[in-house]
Design a protein around this ligand. Sequence first.
Ligand SMILES: Nc1ncnc2c1ncn2[C@@H]1O[C@H](COP(=O)(O)OP(=O)(O)OP(=O)(O)O)[C@@H](O)[C@H]1O
Length: 493
Amino acid sequence: MEKAVGPSSPPASAQLAEVWARIRGRLREEFGEVEYRTWLRQMTLSSLQGEEVVIVLPTRFLRDWVRSHYGDRLQALWRAEYPSVRRIELRVVPEAGRRDAPADPDEPEARPQPNGHAEGRAGSVGPRAAEQRHEPRADGRVDGRADWSAPLDPRFTFDTFVVGKPNEFAHACARRVAERPASPGFNPLFLYGGVGLGKTHLMHAIAWAIRERGAQDGRGSLTVAYMSAEKFMYRFIAALRSQSTMEFKESLRSVDVLLIDDLQFLIGKDNTQEEFFHTFNALVDAGKQIIVSSDKPPADLAGIEDRLRTRLGQGMVADLHATTYELRISILQAKVQQAGVPVPDKVLEFLSHKITSNVRELEGALNRLIAHANLFGRPVTMEGAQEVLHDVLRAHDRRVTIEEIQKRVAEHYNIRLSDMSSPRRARNVARPRQVAMYLAKQLTTRSLPEIGRRFGGRDHTTVMHAVSRVAELMQQDSAFAEDVELLRRMLET
Ligand SMILES: Nc1ncnc2c1ncn2[C@@H]1O[C@H](COP(=O)(O)OP(=O)(O)OP(=O)(O)O)[C@@H](O)[C@H]1O
């Protein structure tokens, strides 16, 4: 049997290297080539031990900079791969970074741009790779986007966004804005929702669609600029330092569509808010479209100035709700189809049950299974999935107690809670009791004898019998199976 991977037993180095390459790729996409090369390229992964990832950098200055500017993001990206990671330790090792920088396997070829920036996405692969080869134009724009805009992720388009009840309104608003930017009632478009529910995906999709349409109808595309609120702040501070705020303002105000991601970052950053507010007003007054994302609705953004909050809420506010089981299944099915690797439905159902809060983590788990299958040339199976993902699954194990299970099941079948441990054997009591035992085995880590003890001191063979009887009945009777599944879902969420 192959060794399980995860921080409790260190992942195989090939797998770790792959994860690290993925994280660096993501940082490069999010922060852009120039920033990546300046600050992040010299990071070298040293180890992943238990909860801690150790990364080394060649100088103290670089270490401090990476810690203060990218520390949170690094942690979030690692946690999406290994949820048990709690800490990113950045250390200084004078020769670090120099060793591995030239051998960086996924380093795209950089093309110098007239403004001295390197356009590093020329080598990207994916459905939109062609659109990413922007040619610089005489007016300082790169086709369809301001030259300082962060690059768009080629995977984040409307085609790859799976629509379901929790996100259909936000999706419809995004489509509408992409089709008719700056239409009354939709400016600004304010998208909000919890972590990893698709806000960035929808924003990039809008930007892609606007640029694509501009290119198609031959009228020349609108200038689209996308960046995180954090980046907005850094650019603003850099402009202040280099006394080029006028240029900064002008370049911002010359765009047709401005997308600002993770606006909550501006909470408490008064000067940057002020600047953003002026940019915002200038653009909206000039009939340009603004799209903003945040983890909270405008009204809950305490620490954002009232007048800005009011303006943010004056267009269309759309919420990305937490995903449902059905949406998670559809998203996984779409991803499996894109990857072209067969994954049994059972595994998709299992993942959708277990990883409920964040699509990024759900997707990360699936990617790990697919990478593992490719690496070892083996099909994805339920057993393999449980082994490969044991750390992710453990982190997502909701601690359902046997008492909770007994209570829920008793309520559901309308019997007394005391009947869960009573010696009564009448069918209307015995069957629910068996269901509760089955769920206790499925949803907790308790042993059979322990479960037996909690059900009125029953023997472990009684529990074993209950578990196999319920499984058998679920096979034979789909209504019964649905009932049990429903109970399980209620207990899990
Ligand atoms: N409905 C969906 N269809 C397809 N993929 C989705 C969907 N929702 C989220 N995803 C995927 O989940 C991942 C996380 O989404 P995204 O980065 O857009 O989240 P977010 O809401 O911006 O998160 P954060 O709060 O961390 O900024 C992405 O890879 C995205 O493609």
